[in-house]
Design a protein around this ligand. Structure first.
Ligand SMILES: *[C@@H]1O[C@H](CO)[C@@H](O)[C@H](O)[C@H]1NC(C)=O
Ligand SMILES: *[C@@H]1O[C@H](CO)[C@@H](O)[C@H](O)[C@H]1NC(C)=O
Ligand SMILES: *[C@@H]1O[C@H](CO)[C@@H](O)[C@H](O)[C@H]1NC(C)=O
Ligand SMILES: *[C@@H]1O[C@H](CO)[C@@H](O)[C@H](O)[C@H]1NC(C)=O
Length: 692
């Protein structure tokens, strides 16, 4: 405990001497040289300090100073600042009424003692001086008298503590930051729930005066606060050139809007703030009267507006209103596609955002199109209805008449379907091919007049006629766009090699035909039953097919002849065309033709056998051949005609019955021409064409 008495007690024997002690809880002060008599000529001062919040109580346990009237010579003075609390001399132990016998209390935590002595030393009974204790005494701030123009230490409850005091507030109030004053608890603060109730302090009792209550309602973005005021509402309204909320008000602040002051006795009812946060400030001043207010708030999701009508499309789901976090899709009507920023999109989805906007703008529904119709080989397409190849446009395919045709129909209609494909009425997306029309020459030579002797063929009368060169001259027959048929023996000189063959089509004059290069040949197919025939004594199976490298486009001058069904019956008459020799043994430039009757097979067989009996160079007649010609002769086919067609007519259609094959002394009376019987080979032709 001794160490607590921190006192730097150095006494300086100077005329002026100040003893300063640090703030301590208690201590002792004594005159110099105590308990010996004090010296003369002293002027000593002690500054006593105790901690803040305490006063100093000074108690003399001994006082003996030379007495004088008014303590004029020697004295001990107790001062507080400039105020003298006491001036002592004499002896307190002798005089019980001596002021030094009562403790002295300082107004605060400072006190000064000043001890002054004069130069005269009194007689033998020398006074000793003084000895005093001081101690810190707590101040009860709470019971201090309140000075005018100043506030009490605490506005409500004052609690004294050692060296200090504390303020406290009654229930429903709280201490302000100044630690002295109390304010009514507003029940304010932050409200973050999606709904809640708030009311003025004390509601439904009268509102206290001088309050400033803050209420912050703040919910998640995307939600909007709706205030619903109770019908009991009363905030003082002042009539000052009309009602004003001058002293009491409820200030409603919505971000981005001008704050609104509410007062009066009419409830504002329901207030849609349209905001996720709203601040309320209730203010009353020191006077007046307000009964207060109460409200219940709720939240609703932000609404996103939408342009509902989408041309040729629709928005799903179809709600009356769309709110924050709602999703919509846009679907286009059948035949329409979703377009956004000029680009097609597969699907569209948009969400209502917290700011009331859709995260994507609405797309457009644009009509689909099927694209430019595919061209049709040997055909064409025309538009029947619609435009720009759009949905439901109708187009019509046709083949180039009369050389090509669809099977079973002249036209095929296609409609642009919702899957962006051109589709026929049976839903098929494939355009049928155009098949060549066979055996219908533009110039039809009637067979009614039996013409005798060869005649120049008019243009377009034998469009299947091919001029063939294979060492010698010959003919061939167009039977399909990439296939020619000829006599196998025609290819012997060319050694059955396509390189040595030349074929020309499209004109009735050789001179014209030779102005253009030969058609390119891709392969040669000789009937497997045909035997190499250098001795020209076996013409059985005298048939071969030539495949062209590319398709011929048919027209009035080139057209295939029809292939008969297997084993079809022959007519009695037919027409043969060819570039071969005329009856006067000249080489023809112009294609010629003759009309010839078919000779009875037995009759021909007998004739051939007769010939064979006299000559060794005559081949036998087989069932794969037939004969045609007139007994009087002059009309026949000759060597240059080999490979050309013997055609017959059914209705308006020509079909190939024979291939000019061989003969005996052509054009002589009693001799006939012999033809490969094509009806025996229909299956082989079909098969060969399919396989190559
Ligand atoms: C209320 O909101 C305002 C503005 O956002 C803010 O400055 C204030 O601190 C808030 N008060 C409370 C009690 O949350
Ligand atoms: C507002 O509150 C009243 C009373 O509680 C209630 O009847 C009314 O339906 C509420 N209105 C709205 C829009 O919430
Ligand atoms: C193709 O359309 C035309 C025009 O609409 C119509 O006249 C014709 O009958 C249709 N043909 C077929 C095969 O559907
Ligand atoms: C036949 O056609 C093919 C491809 O189409 C080509 O490479 C070849 O040269 C053609 N042959 C002739 C002889 O034109």
């Amino acid at each position: 405990m001794e160490s607590l008495i921190i006192s730097s007690f150095s006494i300086l024997l100077l005329w002026w001497c100040v003893i300063v002690s640090e703030a301590v809880m208690y201590g002792q002060v004594q005159s110099p040289q105590y308990p010996k008599p004090y010296p003369a000529d002293l002027h000593q001062q002690w500054d006593l300090d105790v901690p803040q919040g305490y006063k100093i109580q000074l108690t003399f346990n001994y006082l003996d100073i030379e007495p004088s009237v008014n303590c004029f010579y020697d004295y001990l003075m107790v001062l507080h600042g400039k105020k003298i609390l006491g001036r002592f001399c004499g002896q307190n132990s002798i005089d019980p009424d001596h002021p030094g016998n009562k403790p002295i209390m300082s107004p605060d935590n400072h006190l000064q003692l000043v001890f002054v002595t004069d130069d005269s030393n009194p007689g033998p009974q020398q006074p000793i001086g003084f000895s005093a204790f001081y101690q810190a005494v707590d101040v009860d701030e709470c019971s201090l008298p309140v000075l005018e123009d100043s506030d009490p230490p605490c506005s409500q409850i004052c609690l004294n503590t050692l060296g200090s005091y504390l303020c406290a507030c009654h229930h429903g109030y709280h201490l302000r930051a100044d630690q002295h004053t109390c304010v009514l608890d507003c029940g304010g603060g932050a409200f973050t729930e999606s709904q809640g109730t708030l009311s003025s302090p004390g509601y439904p009792s009268n509102s206290p005066l001088a309050v400033d209550c803050m209420y912050n309602i703040s919910v998640e973005p995307g939600f909007q606060i709706i205030l619903n005021f109770s019908s009991t509402f009363h905030i003082e309204e002042i009539y000052n050139q009309g009602p004003t909320c001058l002293y009491h008000w409820l200030l409603v602040s919505i971000p981005g809007e001008k704050p609104r002051k509410l007062c009066g006795d009419k409830s504002p009812g329901v207030l849609h703030t349209g905001s996720p946060s709203v601040q309320l400030e209730y203010h009353t001043d020191n006077a007046g009267h307000s009964r207060g207010w109460s409200l219940h708030y709720t939240t609703q999701r932000v609404e996103c507006e939408i342009r509902r009508s989408i041309i040729n499309g629709r928005v799903t789901p179809d709600f009356a209103q769309y709110f924050y976090r709602d999703y919509i899709h846009v679907r286009c009507d059948l035949g329409y596609k979703l377009m956004m920023d000029g680009k097609e999109i597969r699907s569209f989805k948009s969400m209502c955002q917290h700011n009331g906007r859709w995260h994507m703008p609405l797309p457009e529904c644009k009509i689909i199109d099927c694209g430019v119709p595919r061209p049709l080989l040997n055909g064409g397409v025309i538009f029947l209805s619609g435009s720009n190849n759009e949905y439901r446009s109708v187009i019509q395919y046709h083949c180039i008449e009369p050389y090509y045709t669809f099977r079973g129909t002249n036209y095929v209609n296609f409609t642009c379907a919702s899957d962006r494909k051109w589709r026929a009425s049976d839903n098929d997306a494939i355009v049928p091919p155009c098949y060549p029309v066979c055996g219908r020459p533009s110039v039809d030579l009637t067979l009614r007049d039996r013409v005798f002797g060869g005649r120049p063929a008019p243009e377009g009368s034998f469009p299947w006629q091919v001029f063939l060169m294979s060492g010698g001259r010959g003919g061939a027959i167009v039977i399909a766009d990439r296939w020619l048929m000829t006599a196998a023996h025609n290819l012997e000189n060319a050694k059955y090699d396509k390189e040595n063959l030349k074929v020309y089509v499209g004109n009735i004059k050789i001179s014209e035909l030779l102005k253009f290069p030969s058609l390119a040949i891709s392969s040669v197919h000789v009937h497997p039953g045909y035997k190499n025939n250098h001795m020209r004594t076996n013409f059985d199976n005298d048939i071969a097919l030539i495949k062209l490298n590319s398709s011929i486009t048919f027209n009035a001058n080139v057209m295939p002849v029809c292939i008969p069904p297997q084993d079809a019956e022959l007519n009695t008459f037919g027409l043969v065309s060819g570039f071969g020799m005329t009856e006067d043994w000249n080489t023809a430039d112009n294609l010629r033709y003759i009309s010839l009757p078919v000779v009875d097979q037995d009759k021909c067989h007998m004739w051939i056998e007769q010939e064979r009996a006299t000559r060794r160079d005559v081949a036998p007649l087989t069932a794969n051949m037939f004969c045609a010609g007139l007994p009087e002769g002059k009309k026949d086919t000759c060597s240059g005609d080999s490979g050309s067609a013997f055609v017959m007519k059914d209705g308006d259609m020509y079909w190939v019955a024979g291939i000019v094959s061989w003969g005996v002394d052509c054009g002589q009376p009693g001799k006939y021409g012999i033809y490969t019987r094509v009806t025996q080979y229909a299956n082989w032709i079909q098969k060969t064409m399919e396989e190559h």
